[in-house]
Design a protein around this ligand. Structure first.
Ligand SMILES: Nc1ncnc2c1ncn2[C@@H]1O[C@H](COP(=O)(O)OP(=O)(O)OP(=O)(O)O)[C@@H](O)[C@H]1O
Ligand SMILES: [Mg+2]
Length: 256
C-alpha cells in the first residue's frame, strides 16, 4: 500500500517519466515527420523532420525563440503536434526531463525526489531510501532535509538531476541545464550530465546556448531558426564543416 503521501502533489511533469508511446520494435527511438507546432497565432515549429536513435547525444542550438524548448517538450510528449506525425519512445522506454527552470515542491529535497519515485509506484519508504541514494550521487545528501525551494539555482539543478537519475530513464531531455549557473555550478552539473550520458544505451537530448558545452557533450547538433530545423550534423561537422548560411552566421555571432 502507498503510505505517507505528501500533501502537495501537483503533478508537474518533471516528477514523471515521459509519456510512453506505442510499443515499436524498430529503431529509431523517436521519429518526427513534417511536424508543426502552433500556439495560437505563433508557429513555434515548422515542418520538422527528425529521427533520434538510442544512445545518441543530441544538442539543440539556436537563438532565443527558435523553438528549442518547444521541440524538447514535443519529444517528451508534453506538447502536441499541430500537423505532421510524431512517434515517441516505445512502451519499454523511459524518459526524464529537466526544464529550463527546475520545478520544486515546497518540501524537502529528499521528498522532491522520493515523490517522483512514489508516483511511479515505488513504496514510500523505498522511495525515500532511493531518493537519498540519488542525492548522494549528486553530492546533495547533506541538504536532503532542506526545503528544495530554498536551495540555490545550482543546487536545484543538481536536485533536478538527482530526481531524473532516480527515475532511471533511458532518455534524458534537458532544457538548458546550466543556464544562469556560475562557472563552478556549471561544471558540476555538466559533469553529472556527462556521467549520466555515459551510461550504456542512454540517449541524451539537450538545448544549450553554450557552444563549449555542446562540443563536450553532444555527438550531433540540430540548429533551429524560427522553428525550422536548418542543420542536423555530427558535432564535428557543425563546428568545422560547411553550414547553411543562417547557421554559419549564428555560429559566427555566438563565437565572436
Ligand atoms: N505556450 C506557449 N504559448 C504561446 N507561444 C509560445 C508558447 N511556448 C512557446 N511559444 C513561442 O514559440 C516560439 C518558440 O519558443 P521556445 O520557447 O520553443 O524557444 P527557445 O528556442 O526555447 O527560446 P529560448 O532560447 O529563449 O529558451 C517563441 O516565439 C515563443 O514565444
Ligand atoms: Mg527555451
Amino acid at each position: 500500500m502507498r503510505t505517507g503521501r505528501p500533501s502537495d502533489t501537483a503533478l508537474h511533469p518533471e516528477f514523471l517519466p515521459g509519456r510512453q508511446g506505442a510499443s515499436l520494435v524498430a529503431a529509431p527511438l523517436l521519429a518526427l515527420r513534417d511536424v508543426d507546432v502552433r500556439f495560437g497565432a505563433v508557429q513555434a515549429l515548422r515542418q520538422v523532420t527528425l529521427d533520434i536513435r538510442a544512445g545518441e547525444r543530441v544538442a539543440l542550438v539556436g537563438a532565443n525563440g527558435s523553438g528549442k524548448s518547444t521541440l524538447l517538450r514535443l519529444l517528451h510528449g508534453l506538447v502536441p503536434a499541430s500537423a505532421g506525425t510524431v512517434r515517441l519512445p516505445g512502451a519499454t522506454a523511459r524518459q526524464a526531463m529537466l526544464f529550463q527552470r527546475p520545478h520544486m515542491l515546497r518540501a524537502s529535497a529528499q521528498t522532491n525526489v522520493a515523490l517522483a519515485l512514489w508516483l511511479r509506484g515505488t513504496r514510500w519508504a523505498q522511495a525515500r531510501a532511493d531518493a537519498l541514494q540519488a542525492l548522494q550521487r549528486v553530492g546533495l545528501e547533506s541538504l536532503a532535509g532542506r526545503n528544495a525551494r530554498t536551495l540555490s539555482g545550482g543546487q536545484q539543478q543538481r536536485l533536478a538531476m538527482a530526481r531524473a537519475w532516480a527515475l532511471q530513464p533511458d532518455m534524458l531531455v534537458l532544457d538548458e541545464p546550466t543556464a544562469s549557473l556560475d562557472p563552478t555550478a556549471k561544471r558540476e552539473v555538466e559533469t553529472l550530465v556527462a556521467d549520466f550520458a555515459a551510461q550504456p544505451g542512454m540517449t541524451l537530448v539537450f538545448s544549450s546556448h553554450n557552444l563549449g558545452q555542446v562540443k563536450r557533450l553532444a555527438s550531433r547538433v540540430l540548429y533551429l531558426e524560427q522553428g525550422r530545423l536548418l542543420a542536423d550534423l555530427p558535432v564535428h561537422d557543425f563546428f568545422h564543416g560547411p553550414l547553411p548560411e543562417e547557421a554559419r552566421l549564428f555560429l559566427k555571432g555566438e563565437l565572436s
